[in-house]
Design a protein around this ligand. Sequence first.
Ligand code: B1M
Length: 210
Amino acid sequence: MQQILSDISTALQNGRAKVVKELVTTALEQNFSAQEILGAMLDGMSIVGAKFKADEIFVPEVLISARALNQGLEIIKPILTETGVKPIGKAVIGTIKGDLHDIGKNLVKMMLIGAGLEVIDLGVDVSPETFVQSAQDNGAKLICISALLTTTMTNMKGVIDELNARGIRDQYIVMIGGAPITTAFAEEIGADRYTPDAATAAEVAKGFFE
Ligand code: B1M
């Protein structure tokens, strides 16, 4: 990895938000692409995740790195969300009930906007009823649900159940994602599509509307 990209990864692992912001700005000036910079930040975050899992670091350190990642993302956000054309469709997005992880969800949101969608962000810890009600109220045909915990991913089925209970399942596309999610799980709960990362989510969402 180029030096500045590896410096971004290291600064993120050390939770140095100010340094991450400076390095991201410099990398953009040096014509590194937003995708390359994003890759470096996600690389740093996955190392943080591995250390967290191995009990080498704990929640406060993870939060500090997450804050650094969010601040770095803010700088590349205008590039990832660059569009300028009339929205091709509308989506609601949120992290499922019980789950507070929002970095991946925010990334998917940015990429969807960049792909030309209008996106209503419901935040974290979102109930199935809120997903469905908001999609209905806003005329959003695509419902995007994120989950990062094995204990909360099962709550995603509640959205499908709620759509079925209201007799409107066939009017909506449900896309799910997040670290523990698989295609098999999407099939099991009756979701329309699993996508593994934000870029694929945007590509697939675009395909739905085209
Ligand atoms: Co949490 N956490 N966490 N955590 N955390 C994980 C998920 C964990 C895997 C860590 C570990 O043990 N290795 C583990 C889950 C284990 C499991 O369920 N099997 C875990 C745990 C256990 C917990 C707590 C229970 C810890 C505790 O309190 N004891 C707790 C739960 C709180 C809650 O939600 N109720 C908790 C808390 C936290 C923090 C608050 C400290 C912080 C979250 C801060 C925030 O989000 N604002 C945090 C973090 C940062 C992590 C790790 C380290 C990093 C997650 C992240 O942001 N990754 C994570 C370990 C890991 O994932 N390696 C971990 C970067 C992000 C870009 O990736 O979200 O996967 P990700 O998104 C990806 C794809 O998954 C995909 O696109 C993105 C990439 O392009 N994607 C979608 C995501 N959503 C999608 C939706 C789509 C399509 C694609 O379509 C709709």
